[in-house]
Design a protein around this ligand. Structure first.
Ligand SMILES: Cc1cc2nc3c(=O)[nH]c(=O)nc-3n(C[C@H](O)[C@H](O)[C@H](O)COP(=O)(O)O)c2cc1C
Length: 351
């Protein structure tokens, strides 16, 4: 018998298939339907930082951060239906009625205004929190250090408010991703001068213990901008991914696995058992699925699990750890050539 159990961001999961944050997990019935399909965990639909802030300030629909599918979703009405209080109730109700771990999700762009709310998510019973940094670095006055500090500040602020397992879902638009991943995913002790001005009053002299995220989720799939040449207007691209898009998380998971203290989860382009197996061979602890559930129904979770078990049996693997990370750069006999040789092989001979 194969054993698909895994420990992800400090949570024991029956299997590594996680329903990613999306409309399927926005209401209790949807969460119960997902749970019936027996995934390893469920990430709730994100609550927006703007929604939390809107409790005290009026929100205009003219969000400057309208770059994600979920942002559009929010502006189209979801956000007005489900506020921060209802979100806490959704967590309580979900925890009462399903046994699959429930991971709350916040889509945020800053660290300042919503960290207290994270405490309430913890009190409501969430098993973990996924922070989706829904931020497209398109402001030329913000340099790469400022962009990276934004990520670090968000993580540090939430860390100081809650002891919940934390995952950071990040975008790929970072100039030195391996460097940032190390800063976000590893623990360290930071002394003055602090790279990020996160220490509180009177703390400037002492060392600050930095705790990295429990998991990095690679990568946010940004809203696809398209152009309709008939109407000559901006248009939204396909909200659903294809398996072809899984090469981006695959590359970075294979490069980072075994080098960080935190877990890595893949999101974007995982549609079937083979896609999931690839990510685990690269070093993922969990894989998140979304588009394939919209396209094939929730029963696809069972299909992916069956396909994984069949493959494991055929290759004589009993547990995920028997092959996890086998094709990561860290386990490669020629780490320097891990990617370069594939690149050369792929291009040589093509005229
Ligand atoms: C309709 C829809 C709504 C989504 N809403 C959210 C959200 O609220 N928060 C979030 O982090 N990701 C959201 N996503 C992104 C998914 O969680 C996932 O990362 C992305 O779709 C890529 O995975 P896939 O290739 O399996 O679809 C949404 C995706 C879709 C299609």
């Amino acid at each position: 018998m194969t054993d698909l159990s895994t420990r992800y961001m400090g949570l024991d999961l029956k299997n590594p298939i996680v329903v990613s944050s999306c409309g399927l997990t926005k209401a209790l019935q949807g969460i119960q339907n997902c749970a019936a399909a027996q995934p390893g965990a469920i990430v709730l639909k994100s609550l927006f930082e703007e929604q939390i802030v809107a409790e005290t300030a009026a929100l205009t629909a003219e969000s400057v951060h309208a770059t994600h599918t979920e942002t559009i979703d929010y502006l189209e009405g979801y956000g007005r239906l489900l506020g921060p209080r209802e979100y806490l109730q959704l967590i309580r109700d979900a925890k009462k009625t399903v046994s699959v771990p429930i991971i709350a999700s916040i889509n945020c762009v800053t660290h300042e205004r919503w960290a207290d709310y994270a405490k309430q998510l913890e009190s409501a019973g969430a098993d973990g929190l996924e922070i989706n940094i829904g931020f497209l670095p398109n402001d030329s006055s913000e340099n790469s250090t400022m962009v990276e500090e934004r990520y670090e500040r968000i993580l540090h602020t939430v860390r100081t408010h809650v002891s919940l397992p934390l995952a950071l879902k990040v975008g790929p638009y970072i100039s030195s991703f391996a460097h940032l991943a190390e800063r976000l995913g590893n623990d360290r002790v930071e002394g003055p001068p602090f790279t990020v001005g996160w220490c509180g009053p009177g703390e400037t002299e002492k060392k600050v213990r930095w705790r990295g995220a429990d998991a990095l989720v690679l990568f946010n799939r940004f809203y696809r901008l398209d152009i309709d040449v008939d109407s000559i207007k901006l248009a939204g691209g396909n909200p659903y991914s294809t398996s072809e898009e899984s090469h981006l998380p695959l590359r970075w998971i294979s490069l980072l696995a075994g080098r960080l203290q935190c877990d890595l989860a893949a999101t974007t382009g995982i549609h079937d058992g083979r896609d999931a197996i690839k990510q685990i061979l690269a070093g993922a602890t969990a894989v998140q699925v979304c588009s394939t559930l919209y396209q094939n129904g929730l029963e696809q979770i069972g299909v992916i699990i069956d396909q994984m078990q069949e493959w494991m049996l055929a290759h004589n693997y009993q547990r995920l750890d028997d092959f996890r990370g086998q094709l990561s750069q860290a386990k490669s006999a020629n780490p320097d050539e891990h990617e370069r040789m594939q690149y050369i092989k792929a291009l040589v001979g093509i005229e």
